[in-house]
Design a protein around this ligand. Structure first.
Ligand SMILES: [Zn+2]
Length: 420
């Protein structure tokens, strides 16, 4: 009996082996070659007339060679896939044209996410970080399973604030109780990790529409960012007021979002502590104002809130100029793209250069390798270099001469597959 069983097993394995070999033969790795008129490698390097070879979804070589290529992009500039470290990929307008503040069937929300994901990747963004809701992870699975076009998605799954964990059903969100104790916050952070969070999103201050004052105590921030650090997770902290930024940096949080009221003192503190800074100066406020009628009357999207956002636009440009002058400050790329902004993520770079005075090459490095570094992914994304994922974007024109060339996306490849 035992003998019979083992021979049956052997037979089954033998059969699979042949099938496996056949499958491998059908998927034999073949090279894709791309010729670019100009290459900006994402790390500050620039070359003319380059051929990039892609194999198994990775960049196999970057060099010069003649002859026929798979994709002749010699009229264009080739760059690494763009990275947006702060989006809300599921936010959208409903059939009535108004902002949908969460109350809808999950299938409807996922379908909106599919469309946002397609728009995002078609405009060159091959990686995004969504900060974030539970459905983000479902959207990621859906895109993978149904092979739909979209960026690589990382998500915080939920968000931590001063009440997280204090209410019943700890973790993943607001909670309706009073202030959370440090222990409750640590538990909430662990619950998010267990739910699959790639990073932790924390609210250290109020929204810009409510004045941006510090909302979590220094002790609460130390608990939340400390626990995340112990778990090996990065922390993205929404912070507008200088006090909230300072407290977050000193608590060891890894990245500050927005920073609308950042003073020179806290900009310097971020630089000293190596905290990444993601100022959102070109998309989020402008998009809210352009779509005012679609948000107005929902939550804190009231006249006062819109007036506060309008006042903020020149202030954040001034803050960004001071950030650029802060030696050693590591500025990453993030838009805070919400409903109406998906697919227009590159406008942040245009504003940073045209209104903020950032050098185009620095804006491009921020958009690619610097953001990859902040995500601890320098060895996989953010540059056109051997061994990295073949995430490539070709644009019409020279973005070093005119940053708006980044709007003219002619070709997108993600993981070696052509998306556009
Ligand atoms: Zn946001």
């Amino acid at each position: 009996m035992r003998l019979l069983l083992s021979s049956l097993l052997f037979g089954a394995c033998g059969g699979l082996g042949v099938l496996g070999m056949l499958t491998m033969a059908a998927q034999a790795p073949s090279s894709i070659t791309i010729r670019a008129g100009r290459l900006l490698d994402g790390r500050g390097g620039s070359q003319q007339n380059v051929v990039v070879t892609v194999r198994d979804g990775k960049i196999a070589s970057v060099g010069k060679s003649g002859g026929a290529v798979t994709h002749d992009l010699s009229k264009y500039t080739l760059l690494p896939g763009f990275i947006d470290t702060h989006v809300h990929i599921l936010w959208h307008f409903g059939p009535d044209g108004r902002y949908v503040a969460g109350r809808e069937p999950p299938e409807t929300r996922l379908q909106a996410g599919v469309e946002n994901a397609r728009e995002t990747v078609r405009h060159g963004f091959t990686t995004v970080q969504s900060v974030g809701e539970t459905l983000d992870a479902e959207l990621r699975s859906k895109l993978e399973k149904e092979q739909l076009p979209g960026p690589r998605i990382f998500t915080s799954v939920g968000q931590i604030n001063e009440r997280s964990g204090a209410a019943r059903g700890a973790g993943g969100g607001g909670g309706s109780g009073g202030a959370a104790t440090p222990d409750q916050l640590r538990t909430a952070v662990r619950a998010l990790k267990d739910a699959g969070a790639d990073l932790i999103k924390i609210f250290a201050s109020a929204s810009i529409r409510d004045g941006g004052k510090q909302t979590m105590t220094d002790e609460q921030l130390q608990a939340a960012c400390g626990e995340a650090k112990a778990l090996g997770l990065r922390t993205l902290v929404h912070a507008h007021s200088p006090e909230s930024i300072k407290a977050s940096v000193l608590a060891g949080c890894t990245q500050i979002e927005h920073g609308n009221f950042a003073t020179d003192e806290v900009l310097k503190l971020m630089a000293e502590k190596g905290t990444y800074f993601d100022p959102n100066v070109g998309v989020v406020l402008q998009n809210y104002l352009e779509n005012k009628a679609k948000f107005l009357g929902i939550g804190n999207y009231n006249e006062e809130g819109f007036a506060a956002m309008e006042r903020s636009i020149p202030l954040v440009i001034d803050m960004f100029k001071r950030a650029l002058k802060t030696p050693g400050l590591k500025i990453v790329y993030g838009t805070d793209a919400v409903a109406g902004a998906h697919g227009r993520n590159i406008e942040e770079a245009v504003v940073r250069v045209q209104k903020g005075g950032q050098k185009p090459m620095d804006a491009i490095v921020s958009l690619t390798s610097r953001s990859a570094e902040a995500m601890r992914m320098s060895d996989t994304i953010g540059a056109v270099a051997t061994g990295l994922h073949a995430d490539l974007v070709a644009v019409d024109g020279d973005p070093l001469a005119d940053i708006t060339a980044l709007r003219k996306v002619m070709f997108v490849m993600k993981d070696g597959a052509v998306v556009r």
